[in-house]
Design a protein around this ligand. Sequence first.
Ligand code: KG4
Ligand code: ZN
Length: 341
Amino acid sequence: MLLLGIESSCDETAAAVVCDGVEVLSNIVRSQADIHARYGGVVPEIASRAHTEAVAILTKAALSAAGVTMREIDGVAVTYAPGLIGALLIGVNFGKSLAYRYEKPLVPVHHIKGHIAAAYLGNKDLAPPFLAFVASGGHTSIIEVKSHTSFLQLGQTRDDAAGEAFDKIARTLDIPYPGGAQLEKLACMGDHTAFAIPNAKVSGRELDFSFSGIKTHVINQINTHRQKYGALSETVKADISASVTYNITNSITSKVKSALALTGHKTLVAAGGVMANNFIRRSLASLCNAENIRFICPEMKYCGDNAAMIASQGFFEYISGVRAGNELNAKATERVADIYL
Ligand code: KG4
Ligand code: ZN
């Protein structure tokens, strides 16, 4: 079964064709990062306009790269939530129009469920139940995946997402948007013991995260350092990057370790844009290795926003009977699942 996926929740426009939720026939992504870089972050209206320019062109390219026409597509899967509302509406309306024109079923896909589904691409034998850790620009969550379409949220961030902390600290270090990947490169050259960063404490639900305290602490340290010594040297920037990465990596690893112990799952999927970070990938991989747990992290190209993951989750939603009508709307916020109490 062939699903066309469409993704436009933030600053990547993407279209993909995926067979049976696991086999990627095409996956086209156009990032707007260079457009937003000059403003230091995503400008929602500019994102919507760029999606409008790109979505039809990319969809055509994805169909052509897969060697299929719209008539051969079995359904259209589109990200409807969560994300920037104007950006989401472009994909939703375009997907809806395609489904309407070609009389195809329309399948709404939650973006975070899509990030988890990225793990099915290239891992045909992976099947729920398993534990998932998802870290993106807007989310940091530990989720129990009970079936392809049934989820339970075990932990989430109380404030900022890990990606947000990386991006804001990167911006203070004068690293152009999006800063996460560049901050990782600097971290490779730094000393992670150089800057002491207190560990975030979260009272109550022990699987919840908090990153805003770390973010504010580090930004204050950078500003104080500038006031005292002037511009930061590359060595200091590298040391700060390494210290932040070390702190965030440890915080994620210890929460994921607790969640694995609590649930007894023997498979961990770690997904989302932040999982492009090799420090976090390696730390979770070695945790799983030590605890005899299967560790699956999507290929790098499926960690960041893409439409193959949307088509994959769309397939599983489709076979479980999920359909959207012509009234489908976008939602800026939408819980991935019920919260475990
Ligand atoms: O999933 P994603 O592509 O988009 C959202 O759904 O938000 O995640 C984007 C986030 C950004 O915060 C970006 O800085 C972060 O992922 N990111 C990284 C790395 N590559 C991307 N964070 C840390 N290290 C990286 N190598
Ligand atoms: Zn994402």
